[in-house]
Structure formats: C-alpha cells, structure tokens
Design a protein around this ligand. Structure first.
Ligand code: SER
Length: 320
C-alpha cells in the first residue's frame, strides 16, 4: 500500500482509519473522500481530501487515476437498522459502492478492501463459535444481503480478474471519535455516553442478547495487518471472521459498574433491532484469521470499558 483512497472517510471507521493509515504511510499518501465535506473538516486539514460520491463511477475513476491510487478502502455503508427503513436505498448505496470499487480497482490495478460484518450471517447460521465457512442465508436485513453479495463479488473479482481483494467480518465496533449511525450494535457505543453523562441507560436490545463486539483500535490494526499479509498464506479472502469479545447488555453494564458503581440499565426494546440482533451470531470463530495472517485482539471487555470511559469523559469535558 503506497497510495490509498478511502471512501466514506467521515464515517465511524473512516474518521479513525484515515489518521491511522496516514500515521503509517504518510499523510499525503492517504486520500480521504466522502459525500460530505462538513464531516471531514479535520481529515481535510491533515491531508488530501476529495468530495466524492462512490456511486459516481466517472469521478471515482478520475480521482483514482489522478492520485495514482493502488489501494481502495470502500467504507461506504448504510447500516442494518437504517437499511430496514429504506431497503432499496440501502441496496443501491451498498452494492453501488462495492461494484464501482471492484470495477475501478480492476481497471487501475488496485487492491480493494470492503468490510463485511456479523450481519453477513442469518437465522440458519450456527450461533455459537460461528465457523469461517458456513451457511450465510443473511436474508433478515438488506444490509446482510449486501454484505454477502459484497463478499461473493470481491472473491469473484479476485478469482476471475486477479484483483487483490481482502476483507474482514467486523463485529459491532465500539469507538468514541465518530458515532455509528443506524446500526443494531450502536447501543454498545451509546451506553458509554449515557453512563458518563446520566449514570443510566435505556437499552433497545434485550438482556441475554449476545453479539460479537470489538474496540476500534483492534479493528484498525486488523485492516492494516490483513492488507499487508503475505498473499501466499491466505486461503480465504472475503471475508475473515475476526473476534475480540462477546457480551449482552447486562455484561457491558456490569463492566461499566466497575467504574461507575451506581450505573443503571433499563430496557425499551426496539422490535426491528431485536429481530436483527437475534439473527446474528453470539460469537464468531476467528481461527482462520489467526492462522492465515496472525490476527489477535488486544482489548477484551474490561480493557475496552476502562479506555472508553476515560476517553468519553475527556471528550465531554473538552466540549463543555
Ligand atoms: N454495526 C453494524 C450494524 O449494527 C453491523 O456490522 O448494523
């Protein structure tokens, strides 16, 4: 990776992946792009930025050529819950961004990374220690349908055209820089802000609902590690299960109580989000990622909770 383009740079992952990549590969070698310049003010001040709608193949291709890009990170996504309020829009955006990335990647000799997700699994998938290669009838969300299609298309472009496509299935990502929007796992981010500000949180996911989660620093490391991995060692490509922790709302509430003893959790379950969460794995088996490219998480639930509370406190005290 020498010249990198990031699509959807202003989102939850991009707002942290761009600075991470810039710290490794040099600020001028990482071009941030997004449909909104407002949410990329900071990134635009630190290195190259282009206003770009990934669905506009002509401008997308022009930007790739202009900067002589060799690696595309496609982080454009309408998440699971938002996708259910407008499935057609979710299909158009999610699939448009992945097909354009693959096509333009092929034309310009670029490696392409499009994240997949726990959402690529469905009700028929084994829930506990979900295997790397298993049933993926992810038909409970349009988001999941798009993630499965994106995995297949990415593998197809690799086998058919030799495009260097690689990807991971992210768990729910927990971070404090940019909020996720419209996801089912968002509660695990919102709970920290509520805990620090109010000492209480109303959760839209039922107690006892386990999902895989990961702290953003591990997610960022996983991406670079996979993209830098020796291709000869990769038996899989799109996409690798990666895991760090699995908990239910009671579990994260208990971890928060270690720091905020009076923290209270109550429930007002969102039926759409609950049905989605119920269709996703409780925990994924990430042994293929460990074997093929050395994946290993560094944050478990207590370590992530400690850091999140500290960082959210710092952020809130600065914004006062
Ligand atoms: N965080 C995503 C969502 O909840 C899953 O990858 O939609």
């Amino acid at each position: 990776m020498k010249k990198i383009l990031v699509l959807g740079a202003g989102g939850q992952i991009g707002s942290e992946l761009v600075p991470h990549l810039r710290s490794i590969y040099g600020a001028n070698n990482v071009v941030a792009t997004d449909v909104s310049s407002a949410r990329c003010e900071k990134l635009a001040g630190e290195g190259p930025f282009e206003l770009l709608n990934a669905l506009d193949g002509k401008i997308f291709n022009d930007v790739v050529r202009m900067y002589r890009i060799d690696t595309i990170f496609n982080l454009v996504a309408v998440l699971s819950a938002t996708g259910e309020s407008n499935p057609r829009m979710a299909w158009n955006v999610n699939i448009g961004a992945v097909t354009n990335s693959l096509h333009i990647g092929r034309e310009n000799g670029c490696a392409v990374f499009t994240p997949s997700s726990i959402g690529a699994f469905g009700n028929d998938t084994p829930k506990v220690k979900t295997p790397q290669d298993t049933i993926q009838r992810a038909s409970t969300t349009m988001y999941g349908v798009c993630k499965v299609a994106g995995e297949l298309l990415s593998d197809y472009y690799h086998y058919r055209f030799g495009v260097d496509t690689r990807s991971v299935r992210f768990p729910g990502l927990i971070s404090y820089v940019t909020a996720p929007g419209g996801g089912t796992t968002d509660y695990a981010v919102e709970i920290f802000h509520a805990a620090v500000q109010e000492g209480a949180f109303t959760c839209n996911i039922k107690a006892g609902t386990y999902m895989d989660m990961m702290y953003m620093p591990d997610a960022l490391r996983s991406v670079v590690q996979l993209m830098e991995a020796d291709p000869a060692k990769l038996k899989h490509r799109n996409s690798f299960n990666i895991a760090a922790m699995s908990f239910d709302p009671e579990g994260i509430a208990a971890a928060i109580r270690q720091h905020i003893p009076d923290f209270r959790i109550s429930y007002n379950v969102d039926p759409v989000k609950q049905a989605i969460a119920d269709s996703w794995p409780d925990s994924m088996d990430d042994s293929c990622a460990r074997e093929e490219w050395g994946w290993e998480p560094t944050y478990d639930l207590p370590a992530m909770t400690r850091d999140m509370i500290e960082k959210v406190r710092e952020k809130l005290s600065k914004s006062k």
